[in-house]
Ligand binder design. Structure first.
Ligand code: ADP
Ligand code: ZN
Ligand code: ZN
Length: 723
């Protein structure tokens, strides 16, 4: 009898045996449905065997094989690496590689462009007799050399025309893709050409390349030129981008540069049916380009020839719960396993990648100039964040700069990394502050609707009319969130058309798209927003960016805060203005002499990277040491403390065999209580990855055996933050 050893998406790190009914065609990697306990689960056949340790009568059969291509060896190896390196079960790692099993609506991709279908050619001229605007649109398409409209042309249309196109599409009068023989892409400049040649020249073997190019240097064009060459050779290209960057803009740039390639996207916002269809197109080798976020690193790609990770420094590549893998690192692992080049691109590379390039492990390709030679970098000015010239959190200098933009009919953007009205509500008489009953955190005051909200657990309560402690009715809102700045700016510039972008105002991707649309249509003068707005925008008339709260990074307990803020400021600075409308960036800070700001003013990421790397080396922090963090939480402090003490004893014992590993004593988490859970953490550090792994393996086994229901715990390998 054949036994299938199945990996199931459960935390227990073991394989489950099932017998294979006669006639069921099964190979390793097959996705199957089975029963476990009372549940039906989908899992992956890890291996087939002739016998099982489980008694014959106790074995259950495989219920069903999903009608999907089996997971290929390299994908299963990748899942195996991820499970082992990130201390997860094999089944949970395999689950990342499985597509959604539900068939649903087919792909609902946004097309690169559109052209008339035969039905449309037939029906449209007759049905549009009394609609001159639509007739004009039709005439334009009918006479176009591409037989329709390219993605760029569609984007340039007024909104009403795009709505018409959407309706025609629903009627079946249009189909995706304008016929275009030749790709539309700029001719690469010398630096871009050298970079693209280096990538193409690395074909057929593992080669990690760090493409370090200032914002606007044309990195995307380099990826696309290289991708075109690999695709022309019959290869598949995996292009990973951060969550926020997966905009129709990028999709259509790919379509424009590779008009004949088939591109599919894979990301979590895609409906299940579309994700499954795209996954299958990749697995069958029909898709030439797979463009996706974090989870696409597991996409099946039989002809994989090149991996690209765009904005490789972006923190959204690291998963923060479940299997805590880093998609960039997984991408490099996979490229090595497949023997293909991998390109990591960024204007502000992660210090990990930066150090690899310094050490010669990665080949560094530099684009030092902007692609458009007339496009100067915006001027960055540092102005005080506090003092007599600051009102409502806004400095005079920033207000003056905004006023100037309004007079010139240009747009401004003000960043602040706090949503809500004010980060705290305080009684000036007795010092009382509104706190969350379930977290060790303050409540944020919100307006419209007015409420006190906890940003950690979602707790919501009414704003008290008077201080609950002393009865004082003059409670003071402290600090500035997006809502408060919006109010202050509306008062300062009553004539300005203002939009706020944060999680409260812009919940859905659609709402976000809508704001971007209005900015592009020049229906907005002033944008106020959180980090949500920092990345991936491209607004030609936006010439001023103001940054508030940048000093928070300097107070942060998080060792990556400086690096992250530098990356953010440089990305922001790189996007203000264009050749014909130079940009300006105004950063409010009380520490203008700090190397972070000095580097931003000079647009010199290398200086900052070297500086921070030296600090990290002295402090024994990544990339010079490897970290792992055990986090634990329980309703009662004594449970979590006892759990951590036991974990510490176990890890310390293991570290006696692995002397390169330091095990730090457990401490309360920076947010010691969250949503009613008491939280603690324990840090492990080593210069030797394999020694650290050995200790973590021992620790995880011990914790699984100790198995207490009262304490939830997780091991985070290469944590992004220790706070
Ligand atoms: P990055 O990804 O490095 O930020 P992009 O690839 O988005 O840069 O390019 C920035 C802008 O410069 C885009 O508008 C792009 O079309 C343009 N561009 C890129 N390469 C060239 C080139 N060789 N000649 C002219 N324009 C270019
Ligand atoms: Zn009081
Ligand atoms: Zn809370």
């Amino acid at each position: 009898m054949t036994i299938a050893r199945v990996a199931l998406p459960v935390a227990v790190d073991k394989l489950f045996d099932y017998w294979v009914p006669a006639g069921l065609d099964l190979a390793a990697g097959a996705v199957v449905r089975v029963r476990l306990g009372g549940r039906r689960l989908a899992g992956v056949v890890h291996a087939l065997a002739d016998d099982s340790d489980v008694a014959r009568e106790a074995l259950q059969p495989i219920d069903e094989v999903a009608g999907l291509p089996a997971l290929a060896d390299d994908v299963r190896d990748l899942a195996g690496f991820v499970a082992s390196y990130y201390q997860s079960s094999l089944g949970l790692a395999y689950a990342l590689a499985m597509p959604p099993l539900a068939h649903g609506a087919g792909p609902r991709e946004r097309p690169g462009g559109v052209r008339l279908s035969d039905a449309g050619r037939e029906a449209l001229p007759r049905s549009l007799a009394r609609a001159p605007a639509q007739r004009a649109l039709l005439a334009r398409m009918a006479s176009s050399p591409t037989g329709g409209l390219t993605a760029d042309e569609v984007r340039a249309l007024p909104k009403a025309s795009r709505r018409v196109l959407a309706r025609w599409r629903r009627e079946g009068w249009l189909v995706a893709g304008a016929h275009r023989a030749e790709p539309v892409a700029p001719r690469l400049n010398d630096a871009q050409r050298r970079a693209a040649d280096a990538i193409v020249g690395s074909r057929g073997a593992f080669a990690p390349l760090l493409l370090q190019g200032v914002t606007g240097s044309g990195k995307t064009e380099v990826y696309l030129a290289a991708a075109a060459s690999f695709v022309a050779d019959g290869g598949q290209v995996l292009l990973l981008v951060p969550e926020i960057n997966l905009t129709p803009q990028l999709t259509s740039r790919v379509a424009d540069a590779l008009p004949r390639a088939r591109t599919v996207t894979l990301h979590s916002a895609l409906p299940d049916g579309a994700r499954r269809a795209n996954w299958e197109a990749a697995a069958r080798g029909e898709a030439d380009i797979v463009l996706g976020t974090r989870l696409a690193v597991f996409a099946p790609l039989p002809r994989l020839a090149l991996v690209v990770v765009d904005e490789e420094h972006d923190t959204s590549f690291k998963q923060h719960d479940g299997v805590r893998y880093h998609a960039r690192d997984a991408a490099v692992w996979r490229a090595r396993r497949r023997g293909v080049p991998v390109v990591l691109g960024s204007a502000t590379p992660s210090l990990e990648s930066y150090a690899h390039a310094d050490a010669g492990r990665y080949r560094r390709l530099v684009l030092a100039q902007r692609a458009d030679p007339r496009a100067a970098f915006p001027e960055v000015r540092l102005v005080p964040a506090r003092g007599p010239l600051v009102r409502d959190g806004l400095s005079d200098a920033l207000l003056a700069a905004i006023g100037e933009r309004l007079r010139r009919g240009e747009q401004s953007l003000v960043f602040v990394n706090r949503r809500g009205f004010a980060p705290s509500l305080k009684c000036p008489a007795c010092g009382w502050q509104a706190g969350c009953p379930r977290c060790s955190a303050r409540l944020t005051a919100h307006r419209a609707p007015s409420a006190l909200l906890c940003h950690h657990c979602g707790h919501r309560e009414r704003v008290p009319a008077a201080c609950p402690s002393c009865g004082n009715v003059d409670l003071a809102a402290r600090g500035h969130g997006t809502q408060r700045l919006e109010a202050a700016l509306a008062q300062a510039f009553p004539q300005a058309r203002i939009a706020r972008v944060d999680r409260d105002s812009t919940r859905s991707a659609r709402a976000f798209d809508d704001v971007r649309e209005r900015v592009r249509d020049n229906a907005i003068d002033l944008l106020i927003g959180t980090q949500m707005l920092a990345k991936g925008h491209d607004f030609p008339r936006l010439t001023l960016v103001g940054v508030l709260g940048a000093d928070n990074a300097l107070y942060s307990a998080d060792f990556r805060a400086t690096e992250r803020t530098a990356a953010l400021l440089m990305q922001v600075a790189g996007r203000a203005g264009r050749a014909d409308l130079p940009g300006e960036v105004v950063v409010q800070t009380d520490f203008p002499g700090h190397p972070l700001f000095a580097a931003v003013v000079r647009h010199d990421y290398d200086a900052l990277a070297r500086d921070v790397l030296a600090e990290r080396e002295a402090a024994g922090l990544p990339p010079f040491a490897h970290l792992a963090l055990l986090t634990a939480e329980a309703h009662r402090r004594e449970d979590v403390d006892r759990f951590c003490e036991a974990a510490h004893a176990r890890a310390a014992a293991a570290a006696r065999q692995h002397r390169a590993v330091e095990v730090f004593p457990p401490v309360p988490a920076a947010l010691a209580r969250r949503a009613g859970y008491e939280r603690a953490q324990m840090l492990l550090r080593s210069r030797q990855r394999n020694e650290l792994k050995a200790v973590l393996d021992a620790l995880r086994t011990a914790l699984a055996d100790a198995g207490t229901r009262r304490v939830r715990h997780a091991i985070d390998v290469d944590p992004q933050s220790l706070a």
